[in-house]
Design a protein around this ligand. Structure first.
Ligand code: AMP
Ligand code: GLY
Length: 431
C-alpha cells in the first residue's frame, strides 16, 4: 500500500524532524502537520488543531483522506488521538490511550516491568493516604531516591533526592501542595541509580520491534550537567559507550520486546515508538522510564542516520507487519545542539529576531521548535527550545565540530546553548 497523504500530529522539533525525514524519503508524499511550526510549513501544510482534541484530529484526517497518522506528543496519545482515528478506519502510527499508559502512569509502567522481568530500580507507589509506607521506603533508601509524579507533568515531575529531608519535601510538594496537579496525586519513589543514560527507540506493530540507533540527550540547562532539568539541550547518536550492535540487541531483547509482549497480552497492543530511557549502572542496564513516543531532541539525531524509508516502516507498523530487528543506519554519528531562548527553562522571552539559519553548510540541518514568522517574514523566537542544529560526521567528534561550527552562525538575543553536547556526561551530578 503506497502512502499518498500523511498527517503528523505535533508542533516541535521532533515533528519537524519527522516531516523532514518523510519528505527526504518520499518526495511526492503530501504532508500535513497539525498544528506544525515555521519549520514544517515549507515541507507540507500546517493546519491549526489542538493535538489533545482527538475528535478534531480524527476529523481532519478523515476530511483530508489521510493514509497514515503519525502521533508526536505524549499528550496527543494520552488524549486518545489514535483511538479516534482508528474508530474511523484511519491507519495510525502511535499508541491508543490504553497502550500509552506505559508513559502516562509511572505506577503502571513499574507494574509492567516487574511482571515482565524488565530490569528497573526498586520502587514503592502510593497516594497521600499511603504516606507512612512511602516514608518508610525513603528511610530504607537513606533518602537516596527519586520522587516521581505518577502522571504526565511535561517532563518536570521528577525530583532527584540525596537526603531524607529532600525526599520528604518532594513528597509534601507532590502529594500535599499538588505541585504537579492531578498528575502528582499518586507518586512513585524509586531507588537512586547512577550511570550514563541512553535512549533506545523501538518501532512496533504491537508484536515485533524494529530498533533504531540509540541516542543520548543532555537534559540539564548548563554545561557539565548542572542546573535545572530541561526538555533536552542537545543529543547525540549513537553514544560511544552504547554503539555496539550487541548493546542494542540486548536492550531490545531484555527491555523493549518484553514490554511490547506484556502490553499485547493485556489486550492493549502498542503500535508506535516505544522509548526506553535506560541507565548504564555498575550492575547493568536499568530502565528509568518508558515513553510512548519519539524522544525530543533525540529524534533530531536518530532520524538523519536512518537508512531506510521512514514512512514505509511506520506504515508497516500501522498495518501490523513490521520486520523485527535492528533498522539499518548510516555509519558515523549525529550531534544536535539546541539553542534555547533567554529564561528557559523558566519563563522565556519571545519575539527576538533569529539570524543565520540560511547560512548553514549543505547537509547541516536546522530543526525548528519555538519559532514564528512575523508579518514581514522575519523569523523570531516563540518558545523555550527555539531550534536544534544537527550535523552528521564520521564520529561524534566530527559531527560535534560541524554542529558547533554552524551554530556559531546562528544568533538571537539571549540565546542559550550548551558547549559540551557530545562530550562524556558527568554521571550522578545533581545540581
Ligand atoms: P524520567 O522522566 O523517569 O525519565 O526521569 C527523568 C530523569 O530523572 C531521568 O532522565 C534521570 O536523569 C533521572 N532519573 C529518573 N529515575 C532515576 C533513578 N531511579 N535514579 C537516578 N536518576 C533517575
Ligand atoms: N528527551 C527526553 C524526552 O523526549 O522525553
Amino acid at each position: 500500500m503506497g502512502i499518498g497523504r500523511v498527517l503528523i500530529v505535533g508542533s516541535g522539533g521532533r515533528e519537524h524532524a519527522l516531516a523532514w525525514t518523510c519528505r527526504r524519503d518520499s518526495p511526492d508524499v503530501s504532508i500535513i502537520v497539525a498544528p506544525g511550526n515555521t519549520g514544517t510549513a515549507p515541507l507540507g501544510q500546517n493546519v491549526a488543531v489542538d493535538v489533545t482534541d482527538a475528535a478534531a484530529v480524527a476529523r481532519l484526517a478523515s476530511e483530508r483522506e489521510i493514509d497514515l497518522v503519525i502521533i508526536g506528543p505524549d499528550a496527543a496519545a494520552a488524549a486518545g488521538v489514535a483511538d479516534a482515528c482508528l474508530a474511523l478506519g484511519i491507519p495510525v502510527f502511535g499508541p491508543t490511550a490504553a497502550a500509552a499508559r506505559i508513559e502516562s502512569s509511572k505506577t503502571f509502567a513499574k507494574q509492567v516491568m516487574d511482571a515482565a522481568g524488565i530490569p528497573t530500580a526498586r520502587w514503592c507507589a502510593g497516594e497521600a493516604d499511603d504516606r507512612s509506607r512511602l516514608s518508610a521506603f525513603v528511610a530504607e533508601l537513606g533518602g537516596a531516591c527519586v520522587v516521581k509524579a505518577d502522571g504526565l507533568a511535561l517532563g518536570k515531575g521528577v525530583v532527584v533526592c540525596g537526603t531524607v529531608e529532600e525526599a520528604e519535601r518532594a513528597l509534601d510538594d507532590c502529594l500535599g501542595e499538588l505541585r504537579f496537579g492531578d498528575a502528582g496525586r499518586q507518586v512513585v519513589v524509586e531507588e537512586l541509580l547512577t550511570g550514563a543514560e541512553v535512549s533506545v527507540f523501538g518501532l512496533s506493530d504491537g508484536r515485533n520491534v524494529r530498533t533504531l540507533v540509540p541516542a543520548r540527550d543532555y537534559k540539564r540547562i548548563f554545561d557539565g550537567d548542572h542546573g535545572a532539568n530541561t526538555g533536552g539541550m542537545g543529543a547525540i547518536a549513537p553514544p560511544p559507550d552504547a554503539r555496539s550492535r550487541g548493546f542494542l540487541e540486548d536492550a531490545s531483547r531484555s527491555v523493549l520486546e518484553p514490554c511490547i509482549e506484556a502490553l499485547r497480552e493485556q489486550g492493549n497492543p502498542f503500535v508506535g515508538c516505544l522509548y526506553a530511557g535506560l541507565m548504564l549502572t555498575p550492575d547493568g542496564v536499568r530502565v528509568l522510564e518508558f515513553n510512548a513516543r519519539f524522544g525530543d531532541p533525540e529524534t533530531q539525531v536518530v532520524l538523519p542516520l536512518l537508512d531506510e524509508p521512514l514512512l514505509e516502516v511506520l506504515a508497516a507498523c500501522a498495518r501490523g507487519e513490521v520486520g523485527a530487528g535492528v533498522a539499518p543506519a548510516a555509519g558515523g554519528a549525529a550531534v544536535g545542539v539546541v539553542a534555547a531562548a533567554a529564561g528557559y527553562p523558566g519563563d522565556v522571552r519571545r519575539g527576538d529576531v533569529i539570524t543565520g539559519i540560511d547560512t548553514l553548510d549543505d547537509g547541516v540541518l536546522c530543526f525548528e521548535a519555538g519559532t514564528t514568522r512575523d508579518g514581514d517574514g522575519v523569523l523570531r523566537t516563540a518558545g523555550g527550545r527555539v531550534l536544534c542544529i544537527t550535523a552528521t560526521g564520521a564520529d561524534v567528534e566530527a559531527a560535534r565540530a560541524r554542529a558547533y561550527g554552524n551554530l556559531a552562525r546562528v544568533h538571537f538575543e539571549g540565546m542559550q546553548s550548551r558547549t559540551d553536547i557530545g562530550r562524556p556526561v558527568t554521571a550522578g551530578v545533581l545540581s
